[in-house]
Design a protein around this ligand. Structure first.
Ligand code: GLA
Length: 390
């Protein structure tokens, strides 16, 4: 969908022009999984697949939303979590508005059309993109220049407090701060960030959507968070200065092997090693050693599988199938299915991918979806139609 299409939908749905159209992209994460909520490092990038929103204010004080992809509408006067399963998507714009209001920024009644091209359920953070697009559009409408990192914090709070997902800050930060052809190294404690060029003249990124997404993901995600906190509690007895796993190293974790329950030990070891891998990956990119960067992705997958235990047979099959073909491959995102991310030489022929696709179907009876991604700019205002705005 492009901005002309969403403009037309807005006009035919509400009978007026929108005041603003904004876009916010999904994200990939090259490395640094389950480190964001441990105040560690991540290396995401914004992608071309994006959410578009067209917004305008109304005089009624009500919220009217229309999700073009689902041909589904939702109206309310009150910002309360929607409970009907068919209205789940409305929680994201409501969460965004609710957090704005908490900051004392009340946009008043809003008409909103949502459209876009981020595949759902593949782990590309369509929800973070939707919240980010709404925040960007509405703060602009109110002429309130929030900083992008500040907006990312607000977006995270919308998910945590309103929608009730205990996610970290990576997804929204990447959606709001991504840069064309660059990966973004984010320190999830300080929110300091740097960009490194992606070697796009030689390599490309391709996602394999396993089409598996276990319901387990949110309960296990919260369990992992708790296990990490338990680990920090144990480490603090000897090292009170450790505030989160970000402050520990694999050596510190090994030192505590005898006093940690086995699952806690493995979770802590994974997170501390993964933080080191993010930094090693950046060094590898800086020195042009993309093969080394790829090897770190395979190591990350092994850790996700054996130490963090968030992989499924299907994604591990896809990663193993790419050994010797992709420079790097690993399961991406929260886990228990979703996509694998593959770092491929541009010269790698597509029939290698087709071969994996057939083998995957033969083994699991599932049609894996191939999603090529281009690293693109973060969220942006596409057009403003009200001369008093901006
Ligand atoms: C999900 C969350 C992110 C992050 C990843 C794991 O995608 O939304 O905040 O924790 O899982 O790295």
């Amino acid at each position: 969908m492009d901005k002309e299409a969403i403009f037309d939908i807005f006009y035919s749905y509400f009978g007026t022009n929108p005041e603003i159209i904004a876009r916010a992209p999904g994200r990939v994460n090259l490395i640094g999984e389950h480190t964001d909520y441990n105040e560690g490092f991540v290396l995401p990038a914004a992608i071309g697949q994006s959410v578009l929103v067209a917004a305008g204010r109304n005089e009624t004080g009500e919220y009217h939303f229309y999700a073009a992809e689902y041909d589904s509408s939702f109206s309310t006067r009150e910002l309360k979590t929607a409970v009907a399963p068919r209205d789940w998507w409305a929680n994201y714009p409501m969460g965004a508005i609710s957090e704005l209001k908490r900051e004392g920024l009340d946009p008043g009644g809003i008409n909103l059309v949502i459209g876009g091209s981020i595949p759902q359920g593949a782990g590309l953070s369509s929800s973070a993109a939707l919240i980010s697009a709404v925040l960007l559009a509405l703060t602009e409408l109110m002429n309130q220049g929030l900083s992008r990192p500040g907006m990312a914090r607000l977006a995270q709070r919308a998910e945590n407090n309103f929608v009730g997902t205990q996610c970290g800050i990576m997804d929204m930060f990447a959606s709001l701060m991504g840069r064309h052809d660059h990966v973004l190294r984010l320190d999830c404690r300080s929110l300091e960030y740097t960009y490194s060029p992606f070697p796009g003249d030689e390599y490309r990124l391709v996602l394999f959507d396993s089409r598996v997404q276990h319901q387990l993901v949110s309960s296990e995600y919260n369990t992992r968070r708790k296990e990490c906190e338990t680990g920090v509690g144990i480490l603090q007895k000897k090292y009170p200065e450790i505030r989160s796993l970000r402050d520990a190293t694999p050596a510190t974790v090994y030192e505590h092997a005898d006093v940690m329950p086995d699952n806690i030990f493995r979770r802590c070891l994974f997170v501390t090693e993964e933080n080191e891998r993010v930094n090693a990956f950046c060094r590898a990119l800086e020195t042009g050693n993309t093969e080394m960067a790829g090897a770190l992705m395979y190591q990350s997958h092994a850790g996700l599988q054996d130490l963090y235990e968030v992989c499924v047979e299907e994604t591990s099959f896809l990663v193993d199938s790419m050994r010797g073909i992709a420079a790097g491959s690993r399961q991406m995102g929260g886990g228990f299915g979703g996509c694998t991310i593959n770092l491929l030489k541009i010269s790698t022929p597509d029939n290698e991918i087709e071969r994996v696709k057939s083998a995957y179907f033969a083994r699991f009876g599932l049609h894996m979806r191939v999603l090529p991604v281009k690293i693109s700019d973060g969220a942006q205002i596409l057009q403003i139609f009200n001369e008093n705005v901006g």
